[in-house]
Structure formats: C-alpha cells, structure tokens
Design a protein around this ligand. Structure first.
Ligand code: HPA
Length: 270
C-alpha cells in the first residue's frame, strides 16, 4: 500500500506551491465550502494514480488545493463509502495520501441522521466520539509500522481543544451547536425505526455511513481530527418520516453556510 500511497502523493505534490497543513473531507451536499477556498489547483480523482472514483450523487469527486483563511488546505469534494463497494482501505486511501503530503490536521464533515430527541433537522453536531459498527476495520491485516502502530489508542480521537474552539465560534456567531457520539455503519439502507432505537440505546446521538473509517486511519496516522455532522433527518421515535438521498443533500446544503463558517474560523485558529 505504501507504494500506491507514494505514487499518488508524488503525482500531487508537484502541483502544490507550498506544503499543506490541513486536509478537509466534505460530505454529501457539503462541497460548497470550496467556494471559501482561494483555489489554486483542482484535480479530478480519476487523474490521481490509485484513487478510487466517487459514484454518489452530491459528491463531486475532486481534490481542491488552495488557501482557506491563513492556511494551505487540501479539500476532498466528495468521499468514498463502503456501500459503494470499496473496502475500507480504499475508502481511507485519500487520508493516507494527504498524510503523505504532509497534513497534520484532518477536518471531516458529513450528513447524519439524529437519534437524540433534542435534535432538530438542520442542526449541527460536533462529533466528540464514535462507535464503529462497520463490518471491518481499515486497519485489518498486517500492520505497516511506517503508517502507524498496531493498536492505535482511541481514547481521544477527536481533538478536545478544537471541539471547544468550535463552540466558541458557534457562540460568537449565534449558531446552535450540539456535541455527540456518531455511529458509523455500512449502509446503504437508512435505518429502520427499531435500528435507530437500538443505536440510541447503544449511546449514539447521530448515525451515518462515513467518517469512522477515516477517523480510525487518521488516528493511526497521527493526525489531529475535527468532525462535524449536519443532522439531515431524525431517527427519533414518533418523528421518523420517509427520507430520500435528495432530502439529505438538500438539508445539508441549506445548513452548509453555518458549518462552513465554523470550519473556516477553526482552520484560521489552528
Ligand atoms: N442514517 C444513515 N446515514 C444517514 C442518515 C441516516 O438517517 N442521514 C444522513 N445520512
């Protein structure tokens, strides 16, 4: 895998004018953060050696290099999901490549269903911890010590001071922000009412089909992580309605400016 990571990163490296500090992964309907980036280079995933291709509507499938606030960033406009048929090593390959390119920080966004009964549709939730319900681990198999340790510590996967910073930013801008536990699972079905109930009993506040594998690999790679969900639909007993992917993308897109503001100011403070 190291060889494939290096092929991809050396293809990308010479396109960049300066080293990149922060990687950003943009979820469903959340690609507009890119309009805040002073874009220098756009690279479609299909050009990058060994990169998978994004197959989901609302996910563009390109890597953006540029300046956000005072930092060089690399943003993934569109990510890879397990349900697309990739294994979790492929899903997280871009995180490995961004690490090889020199990032120290990884910021992740996603659209998620909310199980917490205090949540409203459109609410933002900072992820403080996660529960991994994917059927495999991106670290399954022989460990390459060049990439990280065999048994990564997950006691503080989400960088505490950035969680606090996000709340400062939200308060200063009158943005309602919550904090919670994200449950990651394979999809692609949304959950049944009984499953939402189970996930809530397990300790989850929100559920989605991404993020967790990326965070595991980021922690393995020694990156600092910040992750934020937009609650696009509710898995709360009595309030569950029929949901389409278009609904998810629409709600995410409508709430995106608030998330973008938080991420932009957070990156500026790093
Ligand atoms: N479940 C799983 N993934 C999701 C959901 C959901 O309710 N909403 C957006 N992504």
């Amino acid at each position: 895998m190291l060889e494939q990571i290096r092929q991809a990163s050396s293809y990308l490296q010479h396109k960049f004018s300066a080293p990149v500090q922060t990687g950003i992964i943009l979820g469903s309907g959340l690609g507009n953060l890119v309009s805040e980036i002073d874009v220098e280079v756009t690279i479609p995933y299909e050009e990058i050696p060994n990169f998978p291709l994004s197959t989901v509507a609302g996910h563009k499938g390109q890597l953006i290099y540029g300046t956000l606030g005072n930092q060089k960033v690399l943003a993934m406009q569109g990510r890879f999901h397990y349900y697309e048929g990739y294994d979790l090593k492929q899903v997280t390959f871009p995180v490995r490549v961004m690490k090889e390119l020199g990032i120290k920080n990884l910021i992740i966004s996603n659209a998620a269903g909310g199980m917490n009964e205090n949540f409203e549709i459109g609410e933002l939730m900072v992820i403080r911890d996660h529960i991994n319900l994917f059927p495999e681990s991106p670290l399954h198999g022989q460990n390459n010590p060049a990439l990280g340790v065999r048994f990564p510590d997950m006691s503080a996967a989400y960088h505490q001071s950035w969680i606090e910073k996000a709340f400062e930013i939200a308060n200063a801008n009158n943005i309602k922000l919550s904090k919670g536990v994200y449950v990651g699972l394979s999809g692609p079905c949304l959950e049944t009412p009984a499953e939402y109930k189970m996930l809530k009993i397990l300790g989850g506040d929100a559920v989605g089909m991404s993020t967790v594998p990326e965070v595991i690999v980021a922690v393995h790679a020694g990156l600092k992580v910040f992750a934020i969900s937009i609650i696009t639909d509710l898995g709360v007993e009595g309030r569950i309605v029929k949901v389409t992917h278009e609904d998810v993308v629409r709600v995410a897109a409508a709430q995106e400016p608030k998330m973008t503001l938080i991420i932009k100011e957070l990156v500026n403070s790093i």
